[in-house]
Ligand binder design. Structure first.
Ligand code: DX5
Ligand code: ZN
Length: 216
């Protein structure tokens, strides 16, 4: 059975305290630190880039799971690698050559994650999944935290799980206690959660509860 991983999205954290927020989440049992990179072009919001990952790297041993919502994802691979990113997630909608990009990410010694937006059919991703370390099925339109989970994305997860029993399948957007079970039953094993964790009374209990449901 694939390991369940909980990945708090630091987008819902305090950017002025990013290192502390990362350490806090790891202390609460987080498996990955999900970093939402937005360029104001691929998505209508602006967040952070490689310089912040580089500043953060000496302060945490956590797995920096970078979700790059950027146009021209090829452009930033080397910068993120040098900054110390562990995983580079790119949107298939943003590249003309996903195969070459996956090679470039691996040559830069990062794990490669292929991401698809809600309107992109799963068939677009399938040809590349034998070559990636993780696939991310967006369960909201990328750009902002705090949106509503789209259950109609679950058939994509199921279709991928059927063909790739050992691949890490991540879901991202609106994940909370009401839908983590659904996503898990569909076949996802890596769960990004921003609002539900950071706005919880006890983020530690929330991580444990999300994990418990996902594992059951
Ligand atoms: C949306 C981001 C998500 C988001 C998750 O573009 O990719 O990672 O911040 O936050 P919640 O869990 O609040 O939807
Ligand atoms: Zn994300």
């Amino acid at each position: 059975l694939l390991k369940v991983k909980i990945a708090p999205s630091l987008l819902s954290g305090d950017f002025a305290q990013l290192a502390n927020e990362c350490q806090r989440m790891l202390g609460f049992g987080a498996d990955y630190l999900h970093m939402d990179v937005m360029d104001g072009h691929f998505v209508p919001n602006l967040t952070l880039g490689a310089p912040i990952i580089k500043s953060l790297r000496p302060h945490t041993k956590g797995f920096l799971d970078c979700h790059c919502m950027v146009s021209n994802p090829e452009q930033w691979v080397d910068d993120f690698s040098k900054a110390g990113a562990d995983s580079y997630g790119f949107h298939i909608e943003a590249t003309k050559d996903a195969g070459s990009l996956i090679k470039k990410i691996h040559e830069a010694n990062m794990r490669a994650c292929l991401v698809i937006k809600p309107k992109t059919p799963v068939e677009a991703a399938l040809p590349y999944l034998k070559d990636v370390d993780m696939v991310l099925i967006m369960t909201v339109e990328p750009g902002f935290g705090g949106q509503k989970f789209m259950p109609e994305m679950m058939p994509k997860v199921t279709a991928i799980r059927k063909e790739f029993p050992n691949l890490d399948i991540q879901v991202d957007g609106g994940i909370d206690l009401t839908n983590v079970g659904l996503a898990s039953s569909a076949g996802a094993n890596v769960f990004v959660a921003g609002s539900s964790i950071f706005h919880a009374q006890s983020p530690k209990d929330m991580i444990a509860e999300l994990r418990k449901i996902a594992e059951s």
